[in-house]
Structures are given as C-alpha cells and as structure tokens.
Design a protein around this ligand. Sequence first.
Ligand code: PMP
Length: 361
Amino acid sequence: LAPANVRAIAPYVPGKPIAETARELGLEESAILKMASNENPLGSSPKAVAAIRGALDDLAYYPDGAGYELKGVISRVFGVKPGNLVLGNGSNDVLELTARAFLTRDDSAIYSRHGFMVYPLAIQAIGAKAIEVPTQGYETDLAAVLAAIRPDTKMVFVANPNNPTGTFTPWQELRDFISRVPPNVLVVVDEAYGEYLPPELASPAVSWVEQYPNVVLSRTLSKAYGLAGLRVGYGVANPEVADVMNRVRQPFNVNHLALVAAAAALEDHDFIAKSRANNSAGLTQLEAGFKRLGLEFIPSRANFITVRVGDAAKVYQRLLAKGVIVRPIAGYGMPDHLRVTVGLPEHNARFLEALEQALKG
Ligand code: PMP
C-alpha cells in the first residue's frame, strides 16, 4: 500500500535496550553497560526531575500546546524571542518538521556522507530526493555540499558536531558556507551535541537567524541535559520560518512533563557544567585507552567517540557477550568503526578492558 518513496526508507535502528540484552545474556540488568545511544551517564538534570515530580498532578490536562513557559525560558537563556522558536518531540521532530514544512516531492535535499540517519529519513518520507554528498575523510565537506546544490535543492542538513564521527566544523567556516548558499535553500544546523563544546567553541548560530532567514538551528534536551526519555528539542529560526514550522506541527507534540522538565533543565547550569566536565575527562580517558591499544580514533567534540577496530561487527558481538553495548555504524558507511558513548570513569575503564579482550578474540 505504501508509495515507493516510503518503501525505500531504511528503518532507523535504535541502540539495543538494556533489558533485552540482559534477557538474551541471562544477566541482571545491572550487569549491562550501555554506551550506545549518546545518553548522559550522569542521568538527568536534578532540577528537571524535581519539576516533573511537581507536575504529576496535572496529567489530566492537555499540555500547553504553545509551550509558553518553555519558550520564555529558552528566550531568556539564549537571547532569542518566542517567535523564533518551534518546540519538538525530541529534535528529531524538529528535523522532520523542517522537511514537512519546506520540501515537496519535486525538491531535493542534501546531507553529508557519515551524517545523521534521520536526515535522509525525513527527506524520503516527503518523497523528495535525498542527495548524499561524499567526504574526503570523516569531516563534513562544506565545499562539496555547496557544489552539490542543484536548482531543485531546497534544504541542506549539517550537524555540528557531527554524529557519528564527532567531528567539528569551525563556526566561521559554517557561516561562510551559509552566506554562499542560495537564499531559497534552507540550511538546517543540527546542534544536538552543541553543549559539549568548550566555551571558546560555543555556537554563535542563534545570532545568525535574523541575518540569514534561511537558517534553522535544531537543539535537543536529550544529550547534555539528560532528558532523552522525555523527547524534547527545539528549533530556532527567523519568525517567518518558525511560524511555518509551527503550522505543520502537531498541536500537542511536546507532553506536559517534557515541557516542565525542559524549562527547569535549561536553567540548571550546574548540571551542564558537570556533564561537560565528565565528558571531556571521559574523552581523554578513552583516547588514552585507544592509543594504548594501538587503535585509530576520530578526535571528537561530542559525547561519543568513534574508533577503528577492524571487523566492527565481530568486535561488537564480543563486547555484547561481555554485557557492553556500543554502536556499530556500518549503516553510516563505517563498517570498521564502533561508536562508543562517553560514560563515567568506571564505565570507560570497563569498556576499554572489554575492548582489549574482544580484540584478542
Ligand atoms: N541530531 C543528531 C546529530 C543526533 O545524533 C541525534 C540523536 N541521535 C538527534 C539529532 C536527535 O536527538 P533527539 O530526537 O533525541 O533530540
């Protein structure tokens, strides 16, 4: 029954759940270490959790469909206006809304090789043509992306930092790129991992949306704020773009608990500082471990790191047998690599030990 464009969609395969793996291995859930989905090993912002507890009596009511309070907090914290904002059920929803609002079957949209899988998914669901632009190495090649823009191209997706490579494009390069993109092509800048950047590399992109009405930023509460299970993200754009996205959005796409938790989390600067500190120490620990094992890795600015292990499917299975779940990324054109999410120091140590054994066979 489904049209060809929908049948052609490769399903998004999420990380293996802990409970399922525990059952398969006959282990307690507590014996499983999941470092596969770029979740926050510190848990959730405690302010968000407290806010959720206080909101449990309100569940008989519809959520605030306009996200009035959360938009107020985002506006205050990031110096934008509520009219610049669109809230999403996770930032995947924001990405999908851009495609739904601005693409038709007659258009094409571009993303980079080794780019996030949801981009082609969102494009193909519309029936538009998804164009994957090759890269030289693992970094997004913005010159190649620019060269790939055709008359029918209406949208470009760029993640910074990128998943699954963790690579970072200097903001000035991205800005130069945006200034060269035709104004009828929307540039979606996906900043899912932006909070992990050190202050000197922090994104200046909110200040771009007034100057470049064809820019949409996509952000999430799933990573550094530790709220992946609630599903909340937001887009920042010129008011006209935000308005169109809000029209195609489901009226109550973000649930009440997610709204109140996100509002509290965004002001939990302490938690973000802790997440960032744990992450940079963890990246250093993992890099040192990879060097000791003689493994090549892609230097990362995100909360995960991608390492070349040879036959990654085999190493993945061996790690899994030891109760350690990481992410194979063959689906991203990287069959020799595994992506591992930064954990607590003891998680990283256990993973490195398991990896050493898995590599020996
Ligand atoms: N963008 C990128 C680059 C991601 O890696 C992810 C999470 N895998 C997302 C967006 C979506 O995250 P969420 O829907 O949880 O906000």
